[in-house]
Design a protein around this ligand. Sequence first.
Ligand code: TNX
Length: 526
Amino acid sequence: MKSTILKSITIFSLLLALLSCKEEKKKIEYPKTDLSVNALIPKPIKVIPTHTAFGLDSSTVIFTDQSATGFEAVGQFLANKIKEVTPLELGVNTSIDESVRRIIYITKTDSLAQDSPEAYELYIQNDTILLSARSAAGAFRGVQTLRQLIPEAANDTISSSSMWLIPSGKIIDAPQYAYRGAMLDVARHFFTVAEVKRYLDQLAYYKINKFHLHLTDDQGWRIEIKSWPKLTTIGAKTEVGGTKGGFYTQEDYKEIVAYAAERHIEVIPEIDMPGHINAAVYSYPILNGNGKSVNNYTGMRVGFSTLDTRKDTVYKFIDDVIGELAAISPSPYFHIGGDETFATKKKDYLHFINKVEAIVNQHGKQMMGWNEISQADISSNTIHQLWKEKHHSVEAAKKGAKIVLSPGNKSYLDMKYDANTKLGLTWAGFIPVDSAYQWRPSTFIKGLGKEHILGIEAPLWSETITNSDDLEYLAFPRVIGIAELGWTQEEFYDWESYKKRLGLQVPYLKRNSINYFNATEVPWER
Ligand code: TNX
């Protein structure tokens, strides 16, 4: 009740202020625009142009719902981004005086056409932009759309101040899938907190909302576990090729989680087991299940290591690791890997997955795991992630599990584009930019329709990449296409339209020095 009254007072005072300044304002002749011919990615559900413009200028202020959690931060985020691309420093929830001519108002509402928590509507007129959403996450997605509508150059002729003309009209939008993810492998090569933040910024712009961190593998253990300190003092020293590795302290991890949360991205931690575990068994030989003494591993093979799945100590270890990480991880999901366990006997593997699922649940999380986990007796709240054999996903769906699709031959960002690509692998074939876009999640696995699919993800394995430049070369532009497939309704998938809009991303990619691959099938706007 109180918040409704406050809201009405705020809106009322805004209108008063606007009216009073309207009197003194010269009529501005806005040029004719067309909101429907813009470069938005992902493509929204509905765009209705009204052929005039909002003049973003120094007399614009941002107002947000102050009673609704997170809305002011979204307004501040928008102000910061406008400042990056224009000289404008817009106030957020500052007091209104006669210098205010235009308002961007970000408000919470429950009456939207779409019912997703991330739905939003943008209503753009001459002097006001109204962005309404059910939640701060929805408002944040709408802000990304607005950012994509701000032109590179200002118009200096229609008003006494420079104006960045945003085409007017209405946008109604909501995501198709609740899970739109990107994964980064920081085990094969370590990526610093700053490098991770850089990627998060880029992903947020295209409305990605899950960031899956592959924290451990044969070549390195990258997260501090206080009760098992050698995991990082010994197990994090190196990476593929023998170069210096690295790890995140728990404070670093919290910093990544907080940075992602400001962008309404959820971080999902993965501890890969019982295979892909050499770094842990090298640090603590008592965990080793294949009887041989192990060395530090800096190569690129997979499938040779395993935990001892019949030892109590191993489950104590897992309980400690999951417990410490779950305590600093707000995501409802905990990814346990479970892939390529060629050194684990099948019956031991099944026994292991069942036990680990219970441990994950005891720590208040839902288990997530790769393809192979569906062979175990998984519960219906577990999430199955496809990377290879489709029949595993069918099996998981029969057990009631929801599916995240990350097919190796479509969404794997570490596959080479073509034979000339210097970075990347080829086991799932080449993935050119058009192929990464041209598939449909809801028909990808026969008999597994939308109701079984939680969403899609683009994993980036790091055997061949060592820094942000390499990362971006493989991720961009393919991850942008995966972002559209996750957000946009399938009826609007269209390579011809998408490739034009992709070509128009050049100003954004250039301004942010993103090292994207110059695919010849895309009409890049130079
Ligand atoms: C398969 S996909 C793996 C990873 C490799 C990747 C390289 C999956 C669950 N396992 O261990 O890094 O291929 O593309």
